[in-house]
Design a protein around this ligand. Structure first.
Ligand SMILES: [Zn+2]
Length: 225
């Protein structure tokens, strides 16, 4: 279930912008139960109700942090965490440390430099193109004939709206706690805006994030084009 009709892309740098890329989540419990290492924060978004704000109906907290781990088995399946006051509790994950030496790339950072940007409302034209690209009836030539469609068919960060989906058939997720269908709130692509290799080291990797406002649960799953 999509969050809204329109959403936001990464806008220009801004000292007061509602979007932080990278940074560190210092909240208690924001660690991998497999390794004890702090979870990687890809983004931290202010949630609000004003004009131009990222609004998530029923979400009573001031923000959502988009957390993940490539350095243990968390990335091998569904990963969910919930907000408990000022802490995080991991409620769904694949157990095991695995062998992730050099994965997803050599010297993967413990955290990414914090970069603050504005949330920029996606244009109607872009959102229309993304819907076309996600459609099973999409003309396969669209992304070759239309340069903007080509750009939009590489996973990028989008908050709200209908993001480009690497696998449009797998855009739904049920909450691990209440079984209700969750809201697809964000897609995260590779660009860290602070280092050369990015969040996953691969421009065709996408991580989707869903939220259950009732349970304050956030879920993540990665896809590869
Ligand atoms: Zn729930």
């Amino acid at each position: 279930m999509f969050l809204s009709e329109d959403g936001f892309l990464v806008g220009p740098a801004s000292a007061t912008g509602g979007l932080i890329l990278g940074g560190t989540c210092a909240l208690r419990g924001a660690i991998s139960p497999n390794t004890g290492a702090r979870l990687t924060q890809f983004a931290h978004v202010h949630v609000g109700a004003g004009a131009g704000a990222f609004f998530v109906p029923g979400w009573e907290l001031p923000d959502i942090r988009f957390l993940y781990s490539w350095k243990c088995n968390i990335h091998e399946g569904s990963f969910s965490y919930r907000y408990l006051g000022n802490s995080i509790e991991v409620v769904e994950y694949i157990k095991g440390t695995g062998d992730h030496e050099g994965f997803p790339y050599e010297n993967y950072p413990d955290s990414f430099q914090e970069v603050r940007r504005e949330l920029q409302r996606i244009s109607e034209g872009d959102q229309q193109l993304i819907r076309q690209l996600n459609s099973p009836d999409c003309d396969p030539d669209l992304e070759y004939d239309n340069p903007r469609a080509n750009e939009l068919s590489t996973p990028t960060h989008q908050f709200g709206g209908v993001p480009y989906l690497v696998d449009p058939e797998l855009s739904e997720k049920e909450c691990i706690l209440c079984d209700k269908e969750m809201l697809l709130v964000a897609a995260i692509g590779n660009d860290s805006y602070s280092n050369e290799y990015g969040f996953s080291g691969d421009d065709f990797v996408q991580i989707l994030y869903w939220a259950c406002p009732k349970c304050h649960v956030v879920s993540a799953l990665n896809f590869y084009d």
